[in-house]
Design a protein around this ligand. Structure first.
Ligand code: PNS
Length: 161
């Protein structure tokens, strides 16, 4: 059974992520969506909340597993017995960071191959940060995140976080 890992912060998951998840799952039998921590980011949603939002958004996809992890991605990938990491690229600006991560992960675990998938042209402008900015200021996030998590995203910012 071919398994791939799609890691990210997902703070919160957007329709851009969901698009990459569905397209990636065509390349494997099982896809693990791995929710981790990026030390350069301050999160609005806890790890548990980010996992919960993904589980809600992907509840009809039995071939997808959502898992939180702490520590290094290379270790998590090894633990799961997986070799392939999939990352989405929206623009050239994403490339430098992702290139560095791919090479670092390869250095830590030479079995890892990182594959890059171009984002859907409809979502190249979309980011979790943009969703949070809109939700915090009462903007419309319809079409940017899955409908089933929209209220939970608004709820987070209604409390002034
Ligand atoms: O969506 P993001 O913020 O690009 O996701 C980044 C994430 C969580 C996948 C990345 O920061 C990560 O792999 N964190 C775990 C720590 C790690 O392995 N860092 C890379 C080697 S220094």
């Amino acid at each position: 059974m071919k398994t791939c890992i799609y890691p990210g912060s997902f703070d919160p998951v957007t329709n851009g992520h969901i698009d990459i998840i569905h397209r990636s799952s065509m390349l494997c039998d099982k896809l693990i969506v791995a929710v981790g921590n990026n030390i350069n980011k301050k999160y609005s949603f806890s790890l548990e909340e980010r996992v919960e939002l993904l589980n809600i958004a992907l509840k009809d996809c039995p071939y997808i597993e959502v898992a939180g992890f702490s520590g290094l991605l290379a270790d998590f990938v090894r633990e799961k017995g997986v070799r392939i990491i999939i990352k989405g690229l929206r623009a050239v600006s994403d490339f430098e960071y992702e290139f560095q991560m791919a090479l670092l992960n390869k250095k830590l675990n030479p079995n890892i191959e990182t594959l890059f998938m171009m984002s859907n042209v409809n979502y190249t402008y979309l980011s979790s940060s943009a969703v949070k900015e809109l939700a915090r200021n009462g903007g419309d996030i319809g079409g940017l995140v899955p409908d089933c998590i929209k209220d939970k995203v608004y709820e987070k910012f209604r409390m002034g976080i």
